[in-house]
Design a protein. Structure first.
Length: 808
């Protein structure tokens, strides 16, 4: 979206021209004076407190005044004078300390003094932001400060609009706030967009923009920009990596670090606590916390979009008594903007978010920031917690740490001067929502599926964490965690396969130990959990829903291993949650035999309490363990699903049935010799069969012809004997094939056949035809053939000519 100029009120052209001329004269004088004053600034003496202490243009002063900004924050007082003098800056200051104005004011002022304004001046300053929300926020501040008389055209470039619309506006822009991806897209695709005159490049949340995710885009953007420019980098957590500075070609940058001498890296008004909370208790604790803080504005951070969605959807159904919102990177831009606007305006609300909302966003008056999932690192912690206690206000951050995360994370926080204090959860006030969640997952397969996805992404994110001293996957009770989300089992995760196979080996060893003992069976029985009516209902409810996804998620291997085994190392003898997760199905034939053997024939009862019923046409019996399945027997249509599908058979000459493809196994095939030899043998045999058949056919045809000849001669003899007067003329037998006669006298060959195909054989002259007639007919036939050949269009021209009637 490109928003046209900040200013630009519409007035009659003549008046406007005169005013502009006067203004330019004023500005020239103003600019000269300002330039001198800026050069005389002494940025290091620290005596500048208010904005009015700085040589700023009238429009900027007015903008600041109308926004009620009077006293500068620390970072502003240090950074703005340096930036006004044109220095490159590497600025690090706490969250909410006013870094935005520290670059907005120099951008407006430096371009103003250069008179880099108007459509012909081109792009003078580019401000890059890692997220769209932050870019919008920066643009709003720019607009607020710049709307009182500055003539710059400023735009917001964050995608979401057609490239063409943006293209047209881009060429006129003097200041752009953009996300790296969209900016690069225009630099590489919009021919008229020139950045050759760019004077300033600003990176907000610089450490984020310079990290891996944006590396390619930012490097490519910098390639387009002129080397001679001023560069400003700002962030709450700033690294001074030489490589990063080299990438941006900073010239002797000034380090403006406000929290270096400070005791802590986080704002003074911020109270920071942590609680030790196992993964499986997080949902209960969070719910209880929200219930106890309904009159607050709360921001909760999670590690994945899936978790955000699951918690949002499930809590919403439980009617928490406080408006819930959620934001994550997988939402559409409109939805994200809507949420940020709603949360900004809300007095009491709870926003569930991923780290997309962790940086820069200036939500007013947030009371609590709850980090439900441990942040990747201390920098992320600082940015997240910085959404509260902004600009001298109070706020509170609570970090949930699993017992295994506590030691490692606390060490890292301490190293970066982040003071956190442990508090305890009042157990009496903690409500358990496990049953409610379980019930909701049971009622709503979509929610269950979301829960399964949330579980998997969360586990995966722990697995992928770089800091293995904090995130130790094996230390979490994942089975209990899955249950705490209301899931009917622990979803299976592919990347755990290796660990799993190791555990399987251990499990089998343990099984052997148990089976050695004389009480093995009793042990297994005793440890098998009792299945209630509810369990059975749950299994039925879930067996058909989202079958494909479900199969992927839930282990259903031939070894009967349960999902729980994957993570907890429970042995097969434990029984685990096998029954809880198992989906009832037809008993395989082998098992049926076993069942019959142990239970006796007749009314075979299945171990789980079901009844076996044989369905006509089905090769395997059905387990009837509920009214629902009983009913199934009454529906013919449904039963067809259980029936065996018919096989397609072909019959040989002896009438024996064969399957369409009868394949011998490899060993049998190889025993017969090499493939090439087999092929040759097959060809020879086939040839022999064909030759024999040919000889037989020929002999039969010859015999037939001889017989005919014999019959005819006999008939002739009889006729002669009767003394027929017309015996001089030989009349053919009506219907007798003359060609057959002709062939009877010659040896039949393949060549003959070929000839016949090419040129139909000259028919034997009929008794009433003369030699001349014959010749005439041949000529006619040749002509007709020639004409026919021309009539067949062969080329495009023929077809066209045919269509034009030329050949017709
Ligand atoms: N000089 C000032 N006087 C009064 N309020 C100010 C001043 N400077 C900034 N603020 C206010 O302080 C709040 C935080 O400012 P800003 O968003 O610039 O912080 P930040 O340092 O960029 O934070 P973050 O690191 O989280 O991005 C804003 O609401 C802003 O309006």
């Amino acid at each position: 979206m490109v928003t046209p100029g900040i200013t630009g009120r519409i007035r009659p052209t003549k008046v406007k021209k005169r005013e502009n001329l006067q203004k330019r004269k004023r500005d020239d004088v103003d600019v000269e004076k300002l330039e001198q004053a800026v050069q005389q600034l002494d940025p290091k003496n620290g005596s500048y407190k208010d904005f009015t202490d700085l040589p700023l243009s009238e429009p900027t002063k007015q903008g600041l005044k109308s926004s009620h900004f009077a006293v500068m924050t620390d970072v502003q007082a240090k950074a703005i004078p340096l930036a006004l003098q044109g220095h490159d800056i590497l600025g690090a200051a706490k969250t909410g300390s006013g870094k935005t104005l520290s670059f907005i004011i120099p951008v407006l002022e430096n371009l103003y003094r250069l008179q880099h304004v108007g459509p012909d001046a081109g792009l003078g300053a580019l401000i890059l932001s890692p997220t769209r929300e932050l870019a919008i926020q920066i643009f709003d501040v720019l607009r607020k400060i710049g709307r009182h008389g500055h003539m710059f055209a400023a735009g917001l470039l964050i995608g979401g609009k057609s490239l063409q619309d943006e293209r047209e506006a881009l060429a006129k822009m003097n200041i752009l706030v953009a996300t790296p991806g969209r900016m690069l897209q225009h630099l590489s695709q919009t021919a008229a967009f020139s950045v050759d005159d760019l004077k300033m490049l600003v990176l907000d949340e610089a450490d984020r923009i310079l990290d891996m995710g944006f590396q390619h885009d930012v490097d490519a953007i910098v390639e387009y920009l002129p080397k001679e420019r001023q560069t400003l980098l700002f962030s709450a957590t700033q690294s001074k990596k030489v490589s990063d500075l080299a990438r941006l070609s900073l010239h002797d940058p000034e380090y403006v670090s406000v929290h270096a001498q400070d005791e802590s890296a986080t704002p003074k008004g911020l109270t920071q606590n942590y609680i030790v909370c196992p993964l499986e208790e997080k949902m209960d604790t969070l719910w209880s916390f929200i219930q106890a803080s309904k009159k607050s504005k709360i921001l909760c951070f999670f590690s994945s979009a899936k978790t955000v969605r699951f918690v949002y959807e499930s809590f919403r159904h439980m009617q928490p008594g406080i408006p819930l919102l959620h934001i994550h990177g997988r939402q559409k831009q409109g939805a994200r903007l809507d949420t940020t606007a709603k949360f900004s305006a809300a007095k009491h609300s709870c926003l569930f978010a991923t780290d997309v909302a962790a940086r820069g966003l200036d939500f007013p008056a947030v009371d609590f920031v709850i980090q439900v999932d441990c942040p990747d690192d201390v920098d992320t912690y600082i940015h997240r917690v910085g959404r509260t206690a902004r600009y001298n206000r109070e706020g509170r951050g609570v970090l949930f740490l699993a017992p295994s995360e506590e030691e490692g994370m606390l060490k890292r926080l301490e190293a970066k001067k982040v003071p956190v204090e442990m508090i305890n959860v009042r157990q009496k006030k903690r409500q358990s929502i496990k049953d409610q969640l379980q019930n909701m997952c049971f009622q709503d397969p979509a929610l269950k599926y979301l829960g399964q996805k949330a579980f998997m992404t969360h586990v995966k994110s722990i697995y992928l964490q770089k800091d293995k001293k904090v995130f130790k996957l094996k230390e979490y009770d994942l089975e209990a965690y899955a249950a705490s989300l209301g899931l009917p089992g622990t979803p299976r995760i592919k990347f755990m396969k290796d660990d799993n196979s190791r555990q399987k080996k251990q499990a089998s060893r343990q099984t052997i130990d148990v089976s050695d003992s004389s009480d093995a069976e009793e042990v297994a029985k005793a440890e098998k959990p009792v299945r209630t009516k509810y369990d059975r209902m749950f299994e039925r409810k879930n067996q058909d829903v989202l079958a494909e996804h479900y199969k992927k998620l839930v282990r259903d291997g031939p070894d009967g291993e349960t999902p729980a085994d994957v993570f907890t190392g429970a042995s097969a003898a434990d029984g685990g949650d096998e029954d809880f997760m198992a989906v009832k199905r037809r008993i395989p034939a082998d098992d049926e035999e076993e069942a019959s053997a142990t239970m006796g024939t007749g009314d075979a009862r299945v171990a789980s309490g079901g009844r076996l019923v044989h369905v006509a046409g089905a090769s395997q019996p059905l387990v009837i363990d509920s009214n629902r399945r009983e009913k199934l027997l009454q529906s013919k249509k449904k039963l067809t699903r259980l029936m065996d599908k018919g096989k397609r058979l072909v019959y040989d000459e002896e009438g024996n049935p064969h399957e369409v493809y009868e394949l011998e196994d490899e060993a049998q095939y190889r025993a017969k010799g090499l493939p090439e030899e087999q092929r040759q043998k097959f060809i020879e045999t086939a040839r022999e069969v064909v030759q024999n058949a040919d000889v037989e056919d020929k002999a039969a045809a010859k015999a037939k012809r001889k017989d005919k000849l014999r019959k005819r001669k006999e008939r002739e003899r009889n006729e002669m004997a009767e003394g027929d007067a017309d015996a001089g003329v030989e009349l053919p037998d009506p219907g007798e094939d003359l060609l057959a006669n002709f062939r009877a006298d010659a040896e039949y060959t393949d060549e003959d056949d070929e000839e016949q195909q090419q040129e139909p054989s000259k028919k034997a002259k009929k008794w009433f035809e003369s030699e001349d007639e014959d010749e005439e007919k041949t000529q006619k036939r040749k002509k007709a053939k020639a004409a026919h050949r021309v009539e067949e269009p062969e080329t495009l021209e023929d077809i066209e000519a045919l269509a034009a009637g030329l050949l017709g």
